[in-house]
Design a binder for this molecule. Structure first.
Ligand code: PHE
Length: 290
């Protein structure tokens, strides 16, 4: 500009301004066009008005929820969780539990046997035996888990169900402890209005044995047979001692109680589920309600 004649300066200045704004405008336009193209390419083939892909948070299965509550209550009473295999030896499932070879539960029509003679456990009482094999008394455990029976499948039966068993071995354990423990547990679960009936029964591994009936408004206000229980038969302690090769479970010194119940039927009542198969059909429309 300093070499330009004074009278030409205004004209030249204006011309340069015009050139600069023309170039700037053209650049902006081109940038906007390129961006629009990029946006269009990014959305090509996508209908942004369609609903997105939802990632719903799942819910715990009704039986799992009941199991968790059950475990929490027994934990407060000092019971520890114990575990064992679903595939068991006949000894752990029957012999150790004082269940002789001719007992109907051992029938091939009632139990799933493997070719090698092992079987799918028919109850989680096997875990009581496994626990006594490796620990010395006192023992206070619960053993939840799958159990298997060769049942005809219908609205109230599956070939697999979920069982919760407990074992308490200590000095001076009595039927009063058994009743107190179960009544406390079921009142925590079903409310303080629960009533109980302990009916004499027979289990090979407990003596005396009882079946427990419960009546509670949470369970529809009708008497329901809910659990089996009893005082551990000294013959079970003797079996365990023989296997261990010691006298850790001297029946003159130790007594204990055991109990067992199924969670499936309780979960059915609590969720008003009319058919047990709804629990295993894996239909989200059903299970997500709980
Ligand atoms: N194991 C028994 C059953 O499966 C239940 C039970 C457990 C009974 C412990 C008494 C004591 O039917």
């Amino acid at each position: 500009m300093k070499d330009v004649a004074k009278e030409d300066k205004p004209r030249l200045g204006k011309l340069l301004n015009d050139v600069r704004s023309a170039v700037t405008t053209a650049l902006d336009e081109r940038k906007a066009a390129l961006q629009a193209n990029a946006d269009e390419a990014a959305f090509a083939g996508i209908d942004v008005t369609l609903p997105g892909t939802a990632h719903p948070i799942g819910t715990l299965h009704p039986i799992t929820q009941l199991l968790d509550r059950t475990v929490a209550i027994f934990r407060r009473m000092g019971f520890a969780l114990a575990d064992g295999p679903d595939i068991e030896t006949e000894w752990h499932c029957f012999d150790a539990l004082n269940t002789p070879a001719d007992h109907p539960a051992r029938n091939e029509q009632d139990t799933f046997y493997l070719a090698d003679g092992r079987l799918l456990r028919t109850h989680t009482s096997t875990v009581q035996i496994r626990t006594m094999e490796k620990t010395a008394p006192p023992i206070r455990i619960i053993a939840p888990g799958a159990a298997y029976r060769r049942d005809e499948i219908d609205a109230t039966h599956l070939a697999q169900f979920t069982q919760m068993e407990g074992l308490y071995v200590d000095q001076g354990v009595s039927v009063a402890d058994l009743k107190g423990t179960l009544e406390f547990f079921f009142r925590e679960l079903f409310g303080p209005d629960a009533q109980f009936r302990f009916r004499p029964h027979f289990f090979p591994f407990t003596e005396p044995s009882y079946e427990v009936d419960i009546k509670a408004s949470a369970l529809g206000g009708k008497w329901l047979e809910i659990a089996g229980c009893g005082m551990v038969d000294p013959a079970v302690f003797e079996q365990v001692n023989t296997r261990r090769g010691d006298t850790a479970f001297d029946p003159e010194k130790w007594t204990g109680f055991a109990f067992g119940f199924g969670l499936d039927r309780l979960a059915m009542i609590l969720t008003s589920t009319p058919d047990i198969r709804y629990f295993t059909d894996n239909d989200q429309r059903y299970l997500a309600q709980f």
